[in-house]
Design a protein around this ligand. Sequence first.
Ligand code: KIV
Ligand code: ZN
Length: 534
Amino acid sequence: MTNKTDRIIIFDTTLRDGEQCPGATLNIDEKLVIAKQLARLGVDVIEAGFAFASPGDFEAVKKIAQIVGTENGPIVCSLARAIKADIEAAAEALKPAVNARIHTFISTSDIHLEYQLRKSRAEVLAIAEEMVAYAKSFMTDIEFSPMDAARTDPEFLYQVLERAIAAGATTVNIPDTVGYTTPSEFGAMIKGIIENVPNIDQAIISVHGHNDLGLAVANFLEAVKNGARQLECTINGIGERAGNASLEELVMALHVRRQYFNPYLGRPEDSQESLTNIDTRQIYKTSRLVSNLTGMLVQPNKAIVGANAFAHESGIHQDGVLKNKLTYEIMDAQLIGLTDNQIVLGKHSGRNAFRTRLKELGFELSDTELNKAFVRFKEVADKKKDISDWDLEAIVNDEIQQAPDLFRVELVQVSCGSNARPTATVTLRTPEGEELTDAAIGTGPVDAVYKAINRVVNVPNQLIEFSVQSVTGGIDALGEVTIRLRYESKVFSGHAANTDIIVASAQAYVNALNRLYASLQTQQKPEEVTAQKV
Ligand code: KIV
Ligand code: ZN
């Protein structure tokens, strides 16, 4: 293997590092839905989780390995500390994948060695070497990360990398774990590695970085110019603290500015060949899916996938764009899969038309999922005359969102107005099948509904985020509600879409409560779940 691959490998860690942000916790089925979409998007490697962290993580890695890790599918990867038990769990969970990778790591910065690991440099060197060799005894594709590399003494970093490669690492990943470095420093670090690690030509150089200073993407692009060939990133940039480098920003920067980057990859400047394997038309859909399932909203001004990313508000800009798009647009919205909102289906559309359009939109549903989605489609079509692609996407995402079906909303009724006290009545079906009704007064209709639900479910929690977005324009638009609530130290999210935003609010809240309730039932204390993450 050589460092000089002539394209960029996209390593997606949405399901591992991305899932580590508070409230983004996904269940196994949701992870599988995202993994399938990542495969459609064309990522080269999916970091499916951290198999040793919990039985749930193990099962998720295994299921993704089984279903997405096919011959022509992406490499499926599991994280593992440089500890035998972690590596064994990763190897076991990855067994079903045709192309599998163990990603093992150990900290190398002095600050981590002194305060966290309490080990000497010599000890860390020996562990890295031994554990890479151990991982290699299970499979050929091994990635090694010296955690906090960006704050590691370069001479020590070179030694660790050399020993890891000699022990069998085929990819060496350079993490800026705390999001501290700057583009020129990071570029120089990659250059230093190429110049000072004698066997570096036997491994791919990868980069991994967090966005604490908002520099992750810029750091990666500088790393590419200096020889990095794998980028570790997440959809919508979700991840620990300020998040990880965002996949869509990296991919589109490399695409839109390929003439600039081509020479760094040894290509003619005017080469039109894509620098990554990503099908950019799947970007928007993947972004929406991840946002809906994790409950992590995308800020409107987010590059590439934000609601305003292609909106022109100023008169001068609008005038220019109408005359020629190139005046103010550096890329076509269609490139990321944002098509014009074609009206495709309505109340009289049948199951076949529904199935066909979903297929065209890239959704592959099982028969059960299709049936559920079709029932929802008919309900929505009864209230909303024209069903656009965005509506279909919202309906399907809502139906395949796998919040555990414990409590179910049977009835929501509110009374409110300018001179009324907002009052709500709700009926929920309990996990035992009993129908319970209660009522409450609130500061507004949603507050009243949530208070009434709380009286039934009776799990104390704090609502920390509530957002309503309309899927399309128009008075009959579907409203999407995303909420996040906190229970002790853990955050749970819920999402729902309905033409009635009060009903959507109730359903989103009950989805989040179901997740909380399920986590209480498994008796896994929230602190334990968090502590197991890296
Ligand atoms: O940020 C980090 O250092 C990581 C490693 C495990 C690669 O996520
Ligand atoms: Zn990380």
